[in-house]
Design a protein around this ligand. Structure first.
Ligand code: FAD
Ligand code: DHB
Length: 389
């Protein structure tokens, strides 16, 4: 097989890149290790920045998002027993949209299939070759048969555990990372959301988040120990703990029901630099991870592939390598700002086991400052709706 761009991974980064290139007449093949159903069964992010929505519109994948997605003009911070609204619309003139990553992935996959663009699901043993020269290729096994894909560029969109970053010699890359001593226990349930806007709660018992996927499907999270065993969390325990982390009125209004998904996500900040190695580019979680608190992971994958698609369009259109030479620096400038924001909001809202009483008071003072200062709220809001690109 031959293509212009071999895309590894059929998550948001790979699928969106595929459509952006397709729209510009650039041929790409996506190689995905898992089945389509498996990819669509993973419950992940839920908040889309308006830049991400614009990109989905630009590739023609925005129709269902606009029909079923929930535009949110604000969210609430809960601390000290009170909820404080962050009015995104007033502070920034912009909003975010609640639309599950699963739905966005499904829309992009359907669009790709309808256009006849090639995706190989269940591509096993993917291996990257010669990306430091002029003729890279990717080998893989499909249904037991060894295959080879020749290409001009490889886009590593295969997430944190993918093969792309792992194919780069360690000496060519610098890693920056921070772990957090807790995780998020998440539950999905077909019950109406407790509030029409998201609530980020930072009370004494630890962080909790009330989110949603639709008017009838809720997504809730509670901070838990990093090594927590999910078997210790039957639904009743989850709901009881969530109630204890909310203000009395919200706890009272909470509608509970059986979970349809329950999982624990570790929290981590991670950046690999640079994001280009010869003819290999990294994008999305393959290059960086943020803790989920600011809802930035999926949105960063979108901004990365925006920059990458522009660079590749310039290359194939004008045979100019200026764009691909600038890709890594351009993407990393935005990535680091989202890393900072996600680290800051995580530090502000979570209970750190080793925290002193002093540390708790500092968190509280910062929250008080936020709730009372339009300038502080505007900085939060500007980052939450997404920095421009
Ligand atoms: P991914 O979505 O990880 O896609 C990578 C794809 O590559 C996958 O389909 C994978 O199967 C495939 N792949 C991997 N290895 C190979 C290989 N060797 N060969 C071929 N294909 C391969 N973000 C938020 O903003 N809010 C959240 O609540 C949130 N929750 C999350 C929960 C979990 C458990 C995880 C893991 C992430 C969560 N994120 C969240 C982050 C967000 O989902 C990611 O930032 C986003 O999925 C990144 O998209 P991506 O396309 O870069 O990577
Ligand atoms: C969701 C996840 C987040 O990390 C966040 O900040 C907001 C919402 C969610 O899964 O709905």
């Amino acid at each position: 097989m031959r293509t212009q761009v071999a895309i590894i991974g059929s998550g948001p980064a790979g699928l969106l890149l595929g459509q952006l290139l397709h729209g510009a007449g650039i041929d790409a093949v996506i190689l995905e290790r898992q089945s389509r159903d498996y990819v669509l069964s993973r419950i992940r992010a839920g908040v889309l920045e308006d830049g991400t929505v614009r990109l989905l519109d630009a590739v023609g994948a925005g129709a269902r998002l606009h029909a079923e997605g929930l535009p949110h003009d604000g969210f609430e911070l809960l601390f000290g027993g009170r909820r404080h609204r962050i009015d995104l619309q007033r502070l920034t003139g912009r909003r975010v949209t609640i639309y599950g990553q699963t739905e966005m992935t499904r829309d992009l996959m359907d669009l790709r299939a309808s256009e006849g663009a090639a995706t190989v699901f269940e591509a096993k043993d993917v291996a990257l070759h010669d990306f430091d020269g002029s003729k890279p290729s990717v080998t893989f096994t499909k249904d037991g048969v060894a295959q080879r894909l020749d290409c001009e560029f490889i886009a590593g969109c295969d997430g944190y555990h993918g093969i792309s970053r792992a194919s780069v010699p360690g000496s060519a890359m610098q890693i920056f990372e921070r772990g957090y001593p807790f995780g998020w226990l998440g539950i999905l349930a077909d019950v109406p959301p407790v509030s029409h806007e998201l609530i980020y709660a930072g009370e004494e018992r630890g962080f909790a988040l009330c989110s949603m996927r639709s008017q009838s499907r809720s997504r809730y999270y509670v901070q838990c120990a990093a090594d927590e065993d999910i078997a210790n969390w039957p639904d009743e325990r989850f709901w009881d703990e969530l109630r204890l982390r909310l203000d009395p009125a919200t706890a009272e209004a909470l509608v509970t029901g059986p979970s349809i998904e329950k999982s624990i996500a570790p929290l981590r900040s991670f950046v690999a630099e640079p994001m280009r190695f010869g003819r290999l580019f990294l994008a999305g979680d393959a290059a960086h991870i943020v803790p989920p608190t600011g809802a930035k992971g999926l949105n960063l994958a979108a901004s990365d592939v925006h920059y990458l698609s522009q660079a590749l369009i310039d290359y194939f259109g004008e045979r100019s390598s200026a764009g691909i030479d600038a890709y890594s620096a351009k993407a990393l400038a935005r990535v680091w700002k989202a890393e900072r924001f996600s680290w800051w909001l995580t530090s502000l809202m979570h209970h750190f086991p080793q925290d002193s009483a002093f540390g708790r008071r500092i968190q509280r003072a910062e929250l008080d400052y936020l709730a009372g200062s339009d300038h502080a709220m505007a900085a939060l809001a500007e980052n939450y709706v997404g920095l421009p690109y």
